[in-house]
Design a protein around this ligand. Structure first.
Ligand code: MF3
Ligand code: CO
Length: 251
C-alpha cells in the first residue's frame, strides 16, 4: 500500500512512452470519419504502435482483452471493444484509449473525436469533460491533497449539468499499467490523507455522462455503457507531479 515515487530514469522512460501514446492519438485522427469501422481503427493503431514505434499495446491480452485499444462510441462509457462490423457514422462521438508499454514502462491516454459535425450537446459534453481535467490540474502540485482532483472535477461537471461516473477511476502508472493510488473523479474522503509529492505519476481520466452516472457492463464482459443510454465522454492524461506543480506527459 504505497505510491511509488519515480526516479529520474523512470521519468525519462515514461516520457518516451508517453510521447508514443500522444503520437498514436494524433496519427489516428485523420482516419476518424463516417464509414470507418472501429476494427480498422484498432488495426491501424496496432500497426503504428508495433511496426513504427517498436512498442507494444498494453491493452492487448490484458486480462484477456482481445484488442490493442479501446473504442467507446456515444453511450459507451469506456472499454468498448473495436469491431469490424461497427461502422462510424456522422454525428458519432468516439473515445480512443491508447495504453502502451515500451522498455518496460507504461503510459496511458485517451481523447474524444467527432465523426463529422458534432451536435451541440456532444460538443458541449466533450468540452466540459476536457475542461474538468484542466481545472483540476490548475490546483495540483506537491503538498496538495490527491482528493481535491475529484472534488474539482465533480463540482465543475455537476455545475454544468452533467454527471461523473463513479465505477472507474484514474491510477498510478509506471512499471505497471495500474499502480496505486486510485484517482477518483468525484469527491470522497477515502483518499483524504494522501498528499501529492514530486515524482508521482498517475492518470486523470474522468468519464462524464449527459444523464445519470450509472453504468452497466455488457455481455462481452468489457463494454461499459450508460444505464440510461445517454452520451458519455472521457479524456485521459498521464500526469507527473513536479517540484513546482505538474506536467502532462501525454501531450
Ligand atoms: N486505459 C485503460 C485504463 O485506464 C486501459 C484498460 S485496459 C483494457 O485502465 F484492457 F481495458 F483495454
Ligand atoms: Co487509464
Amino acid at each position: 500500500m504505497s505510491i511509488i515515487i519515480k526516479s529520474f530514469i523512470d521519468i525519462k522512460k515514461i516520457r518516451i512512452v508517453s510521447r508514443i501514446v500522444s503520437e498514436v492519438l494524433f496519427y489516428i485522427s485523420k482516419y476518424i470519419k463516417p464509414g470507418v469501422s472501429t476494427g480498422e481503427i484498432d488495426f491501424i493503431c496496432n500497426k503504428r504502435i508495433i511496426d513504427y514505434h517498436k512498442a507494444f499495446p498494453a491493452c492487448l491480452g490484458y486480462m484477456d482483452y482481445p484488442k490493442s485499444i479501446c473504442t467507446s462510441v456515444n453511450d459507451v462509457v469506456c472499454h468498448g471493444i473495436p469491431n469490424f462490423d461497427q461502422i462510424l457514422k456522422k454525428g458519432d462521438i468516439i473515445n480512443i484509449d491508447v495504453a502502451i508499454v515500451k522498455n518496460k514502462y507504461y503510459s496511458d491516454a485517451s481523447k474524444m473525436y467527432f465523426v463529422g459535425k458534432p451536435s451541440q450537446l456532444s460538443f458541449d459534453l466533450c468540452r466540459i469533460t476536457y475542461n474538468s481535467v484542466i481545472k483540476a490540474l490548475k490546483y495540483i502540485g506537491p503538498g496538495k491533497k490527491l482528493n481535491i482532483i475529484g472534488k474539482i472535477i465533480q463540482d465543475y461537471v455537476e455545475k454544468n449539468g452533467y454527471s461523473v461516473v463513479r465505477n472507474y477511476c484514474g491510477h498510478g502508472i509506471g512499471k505497471k499499467l495500474h499502480e496505486e493510488p486510485q484517482v477518483l473523479h468525484y469527491y470522497s474522503n477515502i483518499n483524504d490523507n494522501i498528499i501529492l509529492k514530486s515524482g508521482m505519476i498517475f492518470t486523470i481520466e474522468p468519464m462524464v455522462n449527459v444523464g445519470s452516472y450509472k453504468t452497466k457492463v455488457m455481455d462481452d464482459g468489457w463494454t461499459v455503457k450508460t444505464v440510461d443510454g445517454g452520451l458519455s465522454a472521457q479524456y485521459e492524461f498521464t500526469v507527473l507531479i513536479t517540484d513546482y506543480g505538474y506536467e502532462i506527459l501525454t501531450f
